[in-house]
Design a binder for this molecule. Structure first.
Ligand code: SF4
Ligand code: SF4
Ligand code: SF4
Ligand code: FES
Length: 984
């Protein structure tokens, strides 16, 4: 198909928007409200062109075969200028003193593109105040051009549904919750709206007074300059005024640095440019991230103050009695090397253990495991995937072969049915959840959620199941049996691609709907509906997280999920597959790169002699053959006196491991304990030496997200004080122990990893440059696999396996004394215990402390109100917290988020674990609740988004603008022409 543009022929693809074709062709047309990731909003009318002789909005028109387009005819040009004139009536052009004038302001650039000299319609201020009530951004109605990008982003991309425009009002503006202050609305501070705003109406507060050379002038001086510009504009026109602004804008480049980085919080893998001026973070600008585009959540967009926190560790510390003293690097590293050598000589290499950080880079995990194995000679090496994801990995290894998400976020987006089990995705994987919310809202995707809590995804679901705690395996198996028994299995897929069908089907005999209904507390009809929805959906993705894995049967339930997908043929195609959502930004990468007791990088077994020989040859050492201790067994080994020394980096072990009192006791017994951290964490209290490390913004390397996506991060600023990147510290320790390593950059480390690791064979820094990424497995020629199993499963015969999993009861059932079930997890605003996020004041103001969610029925029974102080006691410890009474929890279920260092929920959790992986059964905790007093305020302040009242609508609803009496289509009042269907 082709079209004619200004007399030239252009090839087009079916379904392309005309504006995209024109942009591709290089025809410069204005387009103020259009953003490719939002789709056509059609509010600004600046993209008017002639199509077959009639005026049309290029953004709202589909390019169809044979059309004749003219972009700069007098009619089109007049219409474009008329439309833009209306925009300028809503916006004061004071670019030289505007913090948004950084070369990417759409209003500024369109003024230049259209060579606007004078405004026809004068600027008209709106009768509203600037709203500064959100801690992170401001809204200035006087600068708002009513393009609606923010509304579209909030309604249809983030799908928080906070923003609208009151088109019928004499003075329309953007509204939060229909007219609330921003700070008291449902806004979750994800920043989507701020990111897509084409001008300075919505701006990060961290930019204000900082971005420009003159923008920090006192308000009176600024107002004077603005008045001066207004005064001379009628005389001289905009051209010289814009030229001055462009000179000032160019000068800003000398103090503003834009660095691509990858988010350091969750496993979604958002990437973005971070703008810095020295150490001041001006803003986070997402746009090109392969996982996130313009999307972020509150943590990625605004949670960076910790980097400049005054309590960053900046010097090595050495314990002296009960205190620590500052030391030089030489002294601290020599002491570490000396003690490691001494302990190894006295007790053998297995008296030492190493824990790698899921917050740090792949290269750092690789070096840590190499230090443990090649320098010390032990496989006592682990990372925190043991606390969360190991059971999911096991379930996938058993059934399909690779221990990672079977596709990409784009597959989840295009699935016709998404099933979420035991995952609070909207809070824990916020950007990934937006893709489900969007597909569900706009594209007819169906959603089933199974959870103990009625979280946001459950609120949105077509079907919400609330099974009894710890019974997911039972209902999943019953649904699978029902599918078999009712002829709903995908027999052709099973015949061709799956082994073990008959044996597996036989193993399902106990899992009748009746039995499942009784054990799980779910109606049989509901289970049958779930089975039919899954079996009949053209494509299904199942997402799960800690609600599944942190149980005695975490591995088996993960296996049951994969079994169900196999029985219904939901692998090997786009829009299908298994998605265990990885928690930390690099928990996938830490395991991938060998920070495990039984695997070298790429899941190559340490007890396989051929594999070991390969690494021995490369590293020129003899390596230990026996798998080492995992982090659960390490704690037992300290208590038993077998383990004498540990080296932990970037891991708050004493709070995040289960049964925290038992773990803390163990850490206090170590002969020699090295912590490498950015803050003096709780775990540091037990250390003998503390080494100050650098966070992600101060170093280079790669992270691997939940999609198996490997991405590069670049250094945005130098390490603070004497802190150093973790890889440099590990290297220095190794060399003091005689390793003779010579890496001078993380890329050199990857040059060693790739040839040793078939899974990463083709990974190079060049192939990951900028926003490029690779999703493992990566072949030597650089071919990666965004969707796994397109040709076969990862078993010798290429077939998957159905793996029978029997039922066993959860560990910790309620009884007379411990009569309530306690669930726990993260909060949207904080990451885990909050070591990083509490250092952002705005986050702290929204969620200052932890709390316990209590159901309305339990609250009535026990006389509890929001704000009441309660004490929770389990067989392992006690915590105090204030109650929040909410219907998110039900009956005798309690929920406690993890965001507390003082009262960590893990004082209550046990040492029971998943039997295969030793992942703690965090979610199997029974407690006793004692009411301590009523005299507290609600621990969630009124400014928390959970108190807001969203205003869902289909988007910006531009048709309401078009119905206004004072609206006419620009271009001499021509009749509104029919445009293509909105493409979103
Ligand atoms: S939730 Fe808040 S920050 Fe996010 S897009 Fe909506 S209004 Fe903006
Ligand atoms: S605040 Fe919203 S409507 Fe106003 S200019 Fe910015 S994106 Fe457009
Ligand atoms: S969704 Fe996750 S990766 Fe993305 S910005 Fe938020 S915390 Fe970072
Ligand atoms: S770009 Fe705004 S209407 Fe097309």
């Amino acid at each position: 198909m082709r079209i004619s543009v200004n007399g030239k022929h252009l090839q087009i693809e079916a379904g392309e928007r005309l504006v995209d074709v024109l942009n591709r062709s290089g025809a410069a047309i204005p387009q103020v409200c259009y953003h490719p990731q939002l789709g056509p909003i059609q509010t600004c009318d600046t993209c008017m062109v002639e199509v077959d002789g009639k005026l049309a909005r290029a953004c709202g028109t589909l390019a169809t075969d044979g059309i004749n387009v003219v972009t700069s005819s007098p009619r089109a040009g007049a219409a474009q200028r008329e439309a833009f004139d209306r925009i300028l009536s809503n916006h004061l052009l004071y670019c030289t003193v505007c913090d948004n004038s950084n070369g990417n302001c759409t209003v500024h650039n369109t003024t230049a593109l259209l060579a606007i000299e004078h405004q026809e319609i004068p600027y008209q201020p709106k009768p509203y105040e600037v709203d500064l009530s959100n801690p992170f951004y401001r809204y200035d109605p006087d600068q708002c051009i009513l393009c609606g990008r923010c509304v579209e982003a909030c309604q249809n991309l983030q799908v928080n549904e906070t923003l609208t425009i009151n088109w019928e009002d004499p003075h329309p503006r953007v509204l939060w919750d229909g007219g609330a202050e921003i700070g008291e609305s449902s806004c979750v501070s994800c920043g989507h709206c701020v990111t897509v705003c084409p001008c300075n109406a919505l701006m990060e507060k961290s930019m204000l007074g900082e971005a420009g050379y003159f923008t920090s002038l006192p308000k009176a001086a600024l107002d004077g300059m603005i008045d001066l510009v207004k005064g001379i504009e009628p005389e001289v026109g905009y051209d010289p005024i814009m030229k001055v602004s462009e000179v000032e804008c160019a000068m800003r480049d000398s103090h503003t640095k834009r660095t691509k980085t990858v988010c350091t919080y969750c496993g979604v893998g958002c990437s973005y440019d971070i703008w810095t001026k020295g150490r001041h973070i001006l803003k986070v600008e997402p746009e090109h991230g392969p996982a996130n585009g313009v999307s972020t959540c509150i943590k990625g967009k605004f949670g960076w103050d910790y980097v400049n926190s005054p309590d960053r560790l900046t010097k090595p510390l050495i314990r002296e009695g009960e205190k620590f003293r500052e030391a030089t690097w030489d002294e601290a590293l020599n002491l570490v090397a000396h003690k490691f050598r001494e302990i190894k000589a006295e007790h053998g290499p297995d008296a030492l253990a190493f824990i790698s950080s899921s917050k740090c880079t792949n290269e750092e995990s690789y070096l840590m495991q190499k230090l443990a194995r090649a320098v010390i000679g032990t496989n006592n090496m682990d990372n925190c995937s043991r606390y969360c994801q190991a059971p999911a990995t096991t379930g996938l290894w058993r059934t399909v072969g690779y221990g990672g998400d079977s596709g990409s976020i784009s597959d989840i987006e295009q699935a016709s049915l998404v099933v979420i089990i035991g995952s609070n995705a909207a809070e824990n994987h916020p950007v990934l959840a937006t893709r489900v919310k969007r597909a569900h809202k706009l594209h007819g995707q169906k959603l089933i959620v199974s959870d103990l809590r009625k979280n946001e995804m459950a609120e949105r679901a077509d079907l919400f199941l609330r099974p009894r705690a710890g019974t997911d395996l039972f209902w999943l198996s019953a649904v699978t049996k029902y599918i078999f028994d009712n002829g709903l299995a995908n027999q052709a897929f099973l015949d061709k691609w799956v082994n073990g069908v008959a044996e597996y089907r036989e193993s399902l005999a106990p899992f009748t709907l009746e039995a499942a209904s009784q054990r799980c507390g779910l109606p049989m009809e509901t289970l049958a509906t779930v089975a039919r929805m899954i079996a009949e959906a053209p494509s299904v993705c199942i997402l799960w997280a800690m609600g599944v894995t942190q149980h005695l049967m975490g591995s088996d339930t993960s296996t049951a999920i994969s079994n169900l997908l196999l029985v219904t043929g939901n692998y090997m195609r786009p829009g299908t597959g298994a998605y265990p959502l990885r928690g930390h930004n690099n928990v996938q990468g830490a395991s991938d790169h060998g920070a495990m007791p039984n695997f070298f990088p790429g899941y190559q077994k340490v007890d396989d002699p051929d594999i070991r020989a390969k690494f021995e040859k490369a590293w020129k050492v003899t390596l230990p053959a026996k798998p080492g201790l995992d982090n659960h067994l390490m704690i037992d080994a300290i208590h038993d006196g077998r383990l004498k020394s540990m080296y932990v980096f970037g891991e708050e072990m004493s709070l995040v491991d289960s049964n925290a009192n038992y773990v803390s006791d163990a850490l206090s017994k170590l002969d020699f304990f090295v912590m490498q951290e950015i803050f003096f964490s709780e775990t540091c209290r037990f250390a003998d030496v503390i080494l100050p490390a650098s966070p992600s913004l101060e170093k280079e390397g790669t992270f691997t997200s939940t999609e198996r996506r490997i991405q590069r991060l670049y250094r945005a600023m130098d390490p603070l004080g004497e802190s150093r990147p973790d890889w440099e510290i590990i290297l220095d320790i190794a060399n003091r122990l005689g390793a003779n390593w010579s890496y001078n950059h993380p890329s050199k480390i990857y040059e060693e990893i790739a040839p040793l690791t078939p899974l990463m064979a083709g990974v190079t820094y060049e192939r990951l440059e900028g926003y490029k990424s690779l999703q493992w497995p990566v072949a030597e020629d650089g071919t990666d696999q965004p969707l796994l199993y397109t040709k076969e499963f990862k078993f010798p015969d290429g077939k998957a396996k159905l793996f029978p999993v029997p039922w066993s009861e959860p560990s910790n059932q309620q009884d007379g004394e411990y009569d309530l079930h306690l669930n726990n997890g993260r909060l949207l605003e904080h990451f885990h215990e909050g070591n990083m996020t509490y250092r952002t004041e705005g986050i702290k103001s929204k969620t200052p402390c932890t709390f316990v969610e209590v159901s309305p029925e339990l609250a009535t029974e026990r006389g509890i109100e929001s704000g009441s102080w309660v004490q929770l006691t389990s067989p392992y410890g006690k915590v105090r917290a204030q109650a929040v009474v909410t219907a998110r929890v039900h009956g005798k279920e309690l929920y406690m988020p993890m965001n507390s260092v003082e009262e960590p929920v893990n004082r209550l959790t046990s040492s029971y674990t998943d039997k295969i992986t030793h992942t703690p059964a965090y979610k199997e905790t029974s407690v006793h609740l004692k009411l301590l007093g009523q005299n507290g305020q609600n621990p969630l302040p009124r400014t928390n988004s959970r108190f807001g009242h969203p205003t869902p609508q289909k988007g910006v609803e531009v048709e309401r603008k078009w119905k206004r009496k004072d609206y006419s289509l620009p271009g001499n009042g021509l009749v509104q022409i029919k445009t293509g269907q909105q493409q979103t």
